[in-house]
Write a new protein. Structure first.
Length: 476
């Protein structure tokens, strides 16, 4: 087990049972356990995994008594500056140890620091491989032993597809997919998907977040075909898109990333008769792109501190077809205010150069929206937007279990209050950035398993018009 560390049933909550089986393939000084914590709370009220069921389950759990909501870390004060002599992983049945350990700054031989361990815990949670990540520290023989208690998600399954296009509840797509989100236990993503309804498509993709050992490289590739209702012509024109790509990336340390992508894309459509007499237009677009990011967010699904700085540039086309350049940046910063409150802001812009086809213009009202003008569509060859958000937890994230099946245990729920202000504009090359759209408001953020956050918001724009909004994921 390491230098003087024993793993038993001495956790402070007293609700944990752990086996003594150790995988022999674990690196020296790193141990992993095959069992997991006992279920602390069970509910059989809801078994439907669709969004409605999750919301109902969330509301029911608000009134339910909770036992063992968290597994507190023991003796932090006594273990400060003591050397770390052992790191034990519990519950990673499929995930390989190095996938978890490479996200940690805490290392065997380093002095123990509870703040660094909490940052490690959040980075591991941000892998999106676990329902819950807990830490425990024990002090023995003037040394610190770290235990990571992990509840794995479902990774490999056929599943129904139901999602919104352009964040519009009237633009639903449905289909099926076969996905492995933790292929070979290495956090690799392998998927084959198809869907019907709005913008039907089929695609296959593979992503490896870490290859080349100490070189810390990444690789991803994919191919797709899709029939798309034109954003520029609204519903009157349908575009046929098909393409493929391959990308190689590099990760430096825990926070810096870069990526280069090569791809090929083909787009065919027939413009309205009043715009073109040439019939079908078919563009063949080889492309190359480079992107980079500096990401120090503590928890990607709902950040409380840190920042994300990202930039990208991509060149399309060759002789006889449209040739153009797209580039942009996105800056996000998160400031803890007091112990639990968060102030977040964002500034982003997208630019173009060359002959930009209408199907690659930038929009507000689809993937990017201004609350208060949520359903208003603006398009242009350039786009700028900014936002401010304040988030206050009302019910801290807690956990419940539906059944004894591990993937349905340690499911989170919680409630936060959010305030926001948005602004944005698009413009054409011959124009100027004017007619900004702005809005502000407030809402409730429901923390739910697997989808992370459901936001129910009320917004007011600069003209005094209000609207109610239901949207997914964190806003900034």
């Amino acid at each position: 087990m390491g230098l003087g560390c024993r793993f038993g049933t001495s956790f402070p909550v007293g609700q944990v049972a752990v086996s003594t089986r150790v995988r022999t393939a674990a690196p020296r000084g790193i141990h992993q356990r095959g069992n997991r914590s006992q279920v602390l709370m069970r509910s059989n009220l809801f078994r439907n995994p669709v969004q409605r069921g999750l919301i109902l389950c969330f509301l029911a759990c608000l009134a339910a008594p909770i036992r063992g909501q968290s597994l507190p870390t023991a003796a932090f004060e006594d273990s400060l500056a003591l050397p770390i002599v052992d790191i034990t992983l519990v519950g990673n049945h499929r995930t390989r140890p190095q996938i978890i350990l490479r996200e940690m700054k805490s290392r065997i031989g380093d002095p123990f620091d509870p703040d660094v361990l909490e940052q490690d815990r959040k980075r591991i949670q941000s892998l999106n491989l676990f329902n819950r990540v807990q830490t425990h520290v024990s002090v023995e023989n003037d040394s610190a032993c770290i235990y990571l208690l992990l509840t794995e998600k479902w990774y490999w399954f056929p599943y129904p597809i139901l999602f919104l296009n352009n964040r519009d509840w009237n633009q639903l797509s449905w289909g099926a997919g076969l996905v492995h989100m933790n292929f070979r236990g290495r956090a690799e993503n392998l998927s084959v998907l198809f869907w019907l309804g709005y913008n039907p498509a089929a695609q296959i993709s593979y992503a490896n977040p870490w290859l080349g050992g100490k070189r810390h490289l990444t690789f991803d590739a994919g191919a797709w075909t899709q029939r798309v209702r034109s954003l520029h012509y609204r519903e009157s024109v349908t575009e046929q898109h098909a393409g493929s790509y391959a990308a190689l990336g590099k990760r430096w340390g825990l926070h810096r990333f870069a990526r280069i992508q090569l791809g090929y894309r083909e787009v065919a459509f027939t413009p309205p008769e009043n715009e073109s007499g040439t019939g079908e237009i078919r563009n063949r677009l080889p492309n190359i792109g480079i992107s980079f990011a500096l990401d120090t967010r503590d928890l990607k699904e709902y950040p409380h501190s840190g920042h994300r700085l990202a930039g990208w540039i991509r060149a399309y086309g060759w002789s006889g077809h449209p040739r153009y350049l797209l580039y942009g940046f996105d800056i996000r910063h998160y400031i803890p205010w007091g112990k639990n409150m968060t102030v977040a802001w964002r500034a982003a812009a997208d630019f173009s150069a060359g002959t930009l086809p209408v199907y690659d213009r930038f929009y507000l009202g689809y993937d990017e929206r201004i609350r208060g003008h949520f359903h208003e569509v603006r398009e242009g060859e350039f786009r700028a937007l900014a936002g401010l958000a304040v988030r206050v937890p009302l019910i801290p994230v807690r956990y419940f279990s539906l059944t004894s099946v591990p993937q349905l245990t340690d499911l989170k729920y919680g409630l936060s209050l959010g305030f926001f202000a948005d602004t944005g504009v698009t413009w054409l090359r011959k124009g100027k950035p004017k007619d900004w759209m702005s809005g502000f408001g407030m809402g409730l953020h429901l923390h739910l398993p697997y989808i992370n956050v459901l936001r129910l918001e009320w917004a007011l724009n600069e003209s005094g018009r209000s609207e109610f909004i239901a949207d997914l994921f964190v806003d900034i």
